[in-house]
Design a protein around this ligand. Structure first.
Ligand code: 13P
Length: 255
């Protein structure tokens, strides 16, 4: 048994108005007890962060944002700074999601800048990586991940790494209903842990949490969590429903 605390995070993507977000967060708080043996985070859209923070304050549900811009402040219309995210009550920040890479031109280099900016404001990055279907079919999965991790984490110290979570999200499994098998997830997670060991040493490799993301549901979470290197999940669609998300969080007791 390892000593890593399981971590279940919900990425709400571009879903829910402010009032819908507050309603779902309120339901979730009611369904969960005040403390949990699992770390729980939800990441609503920017616009709902401050209100959702009020709804989850004092509960075991932590708040995260889905993106940031690395500059401190300035004339960057439409962007949000790390300080603004902290001021809305966030402790976590999702960085490098494949949808941002795919639709908004994020690269390994910009992801690296974002991770560094997040860390300098004590935000905890949930750093997303993953291969496309084409890359998997071309047997390129490990090369792609190697590059994403090495560039994404370039220049970070061991100390910085203590606040980083990795999220392995194979692009072909996101929103498709096609979950990676638990063996496929384990194979990649072990590869990632070994890579982290090479880059940052044994202690960081042993303590870093590696989440799996891609069509996680109440029905498949328990099986995924039996894998020794799967420390939790980054959940999209199934996190939008408080009851479903609660069943994922309580994977040990609820079927
Ligand atoms: P789904 O759970 O909807 O497949 O989304 C996964 C994801 O992208 C989480 O960040």
């Amino acid at each position: 048994m390892n000593s890593r605390k399981p971590f279940i995070a919900g990425n709400w993507k571009m879903y829910k108005t402010c009032s819908e977000a507050v309603e779902t967060a309120g339901k979730l708080v009611k369904l969960l007890s005040q403390t949990s043996d699992v770390d729980i985070m939800i990441a609503p859209a920017y616009i709902a962060l401050a209100q959702v923070h009020e709804a989850v304050k004092g509960s075991c549900v932590m708040l995260g944002a889905q993106n940031l811009f690395w500059e401190k402040k300035g004339a960057y219309t439409g962007e949000i700074s790390p300080e603004m995210i902290v001021s809305a009550g966030c402790t976590y920040i999702i960085i490098g999601h494949s949808e941002r890479r795919q639709y908004f031109g994020e690269t390994n280099e910009t992801v690296n800048k974002k991770i560094k900016a997040a860390i300098s404001y004590n935000l905890k990055p949930v750093f997303c990586i993953g291969e496309s279907e084409k890359e998997r079919e071309a047997n390129d999965t490990f090369n792609v991940l190697d590059k994403q991790v090495k560039i994404g984490l370039e220049g970070l110290s061991q100390d910085n790494m203590q606040n980083v979570t990795l999220a392995y999200e194979p692009v072909w499994a996101i929103g498709t209903g096609k979950t990676a098998s638990s063996e496929q997830a384990q194979e990649v997670h072990l590869f990632l842990r070994n890579l982290i060991e090479k880059l940052f040493g044994e202690n960081i490799a042993e303590s870093i949490r590696i989440l799996y993301g891609g069509s996680v549901k109440p029905e498949n979470i328990a099986e995924l969590m039996t894998m020794p290197d799967v420390d939790g999940a980054l959940v999209g669609g199934a996190s939008l429903d408080a009851d479903k998300f609660m069943r994922i969080v309580k994977f040990k007791t609820v079927g």
